[in-house]
Design a protein around this ligand. Structure first.
Ligand code: GDP
Length: 456
């Protein structure tokens, strides 16, 4: 029976389980990062357990990242941990049992496998850290764990994540009606950047003269506070603003600011305002923050703040843009906006960019239009042959928005090199724009549900 013909009333729950260091959190981030996700911490419990909503191909499921407590499995005194484990196993509709493909199966995996089997739930054995398809011996080793469904992935390199999503969808039960797209009333923004770039100042500037409501979100910790404001026609929310408010009494470490908080904010926002210090230029810490935005596939605007301290000429602006794109080469699609948060300069330009980028991030291209462009691009410039065979393209469609994800049906994904994906992305951007929005392109073997490929 397919998922589409089965009936159930609630959003299904998928739990990621595995021993420490197999890559559970990376997979969680990868899954929610690639789809529009709403993440919240479960109240009353610690940050160890977070859940996010994943949307894929019109279906929706909740994914639980239990990394924190699972990593305490060795501690016999963690009674609370045991309760959470049992409760989650009971609730889960599907278990992603993760093992480390590089280190192979160790006794701890076998113990966990036995425990999982006792719950009689559908399980996908997820063999992580497989960065290339050639791992025959390992496959045999993993088969010995005795789970029917198994997939080799690389969470860090985003390899075969879409195949895993397809497999998850095919094993879950869903309500008969596809869930309606959520109507988000506000455009959600995260202000991220290293310390002292002016995040709090920008926050105060944006909120300062406008009607603002600061409200805690029910069910989340004290730290997760969002602020709302209206600008022209739209309503905006700036997520996780506790640390940005002026009189914040909490002094947080540099590390905390640039990693944990940025990550938490990004998970709950659609658009990242990525602040950098215009005078200092792009630093290594900036690159790390940028990497985080990239990993979560959020829409992004590079905000060159403190522009009042520099010479404001067009030539200088152009030079800065060049410098930013060179240092953050993975963000060449992101608009660069120049601001002074303390003088309230450039705010109109910034908000215009936010509106545009939000539009692009949620843009859906008609299949017919997309295929016309791709067919032309393919004809103009077909992929090079690989071991004497040629890549054939059949058709493409956009499977998701926010971020835009495209699936390309081809004769064999192995025949489409990474560079070719860049070429297709460029062609799509040339025609449809998508400024500020990351695009994902996946190849899939036509006619089969379980395509594979080095790029997928
Ligand atoms: P955060 O750590 O990123 O939140 O940075 P803050 O907002 O606390 O700002 C750090 C320092 O930079 C403060 O002294 C601000 O007054 C100053 N600052 C912030 N934005 C600007 C700006 O646009 N121009 C100038 N000249 N200074 C700024």
């Amino acid at each position: 029976m397919t998922a589409k013909s089965k009936k159930k009333s609630k959003t299904p729950l998928v739990a990621i389980i595995g021993r420490p260091n197999v890559g559970k959190s990376t997979l969680f981030n990868r899954l929610i990062g690639q789809r529009k996700a709403i993440v919240h911490e479960i109240s009353g419990i610690t940050r160890d357990r977070i859940e996010g909503v994943v949307k894929w191909d019109g279906y929706e499921f909740t994914i639980a990242d239990l990394a924190g407590w699972q990593d305490k499995l060795d501690s016999p005194f963690e009674i609370e941990v045991k309760e959470i484990i049992d409760e989650t196993f009971e609730r889960a509709n599907l278990i992603l049992f993760m093992v480390d493909g590089r280190s192979g199966i160790i006794p701890q995996d076998k113990i966990l496998a036995d425990k999982i089997r006792r719950y009689n739930k559908p399980v996908i054995l997820v063999v992580n850290k497989i960065d290339s398809p050639e791992k025959e011996n390992l496959e045999y080793e993993c088969t010995s764990l005795g789970f029917e469904h198994m997939i080799n992935i690389s969470a860090a390199h985003s390899r075969r994540i879409n195949d895993l999503l397809d497999e998850i969808i095919s094993l879950l039960e869903f309500p008969e009606e596809k869930p309606q797209e959520e109507k988000d009333e506000s455009i959600s923004i995260a202000i991220v950047g290293r310390q002292n770039v002016g995040k709090s100042s920008l926050f105060n500037c944006l909120l300062g003269n406008r009607r603002s409501i600061v409200s805690p979100i029910p069910g989340t910790t004290r730290d997760s506070v969002d602020s709302f404001f209206e600008y022209k026609e739209n309503r905006y929310s700036i997520v996780d603003t506790a640390g940005l408010r002026k009189q914040s009494k909490v002094k947080e470490s540099i590390e905390y600011y640039s990693t944990v908080r940025a990550q938490g904010s990004l998970q709950r926002a659609e658009i990242a305002l990525f602040l950098v210090d215009a005078g200092e230029g792009i630093t290594d810490t900036d690159k790390k923050v940028g990497g985080m935005i990239q990993e979560l596939q959020r829409a992004v605007i590079i905000v060159a703040n403190k522009w009042d301290l520099t010479k404001d000429t067009q030539q200088h602006r152009n030079e800065f843009i060049k410098h930013a794109y060179k240092a953050l080469h993975f963000f060449s699609f992101a608009p660069v906006v120049f601001t002074s948060a303390i003088k309230a300069w450039g705010i109109e330009e910034l908000m215009t960019a936010v509106e545009k980028v939000h539009f692009n991030y949620n843009l859906r291209i008609q299949t017919s239009e997309l295929n016309r462009i791709i067919h032309d691009a393919h004809e103009d410039h077909p992929p090079q042959s690989y071991k004497g065979r040629y890549g054939k393209f059949f058709y493409a469609h956009q499977v998701e928005t926010a971020p835009p994800i495209f699936q390309f049906f081809v004769n064999d994904p192995k025949l489409f090199h990474r560079n070719y994906r860049r070429y297709l992305e460029k062609e799509i951007r040339n025609v449809f724009g998508f400024d500020g929005a990351p695009l994902a392109i996946y190849y899939k073997k036509r006619g089969k549900s379980k395509g594979s490929g080095r790029d997928a």
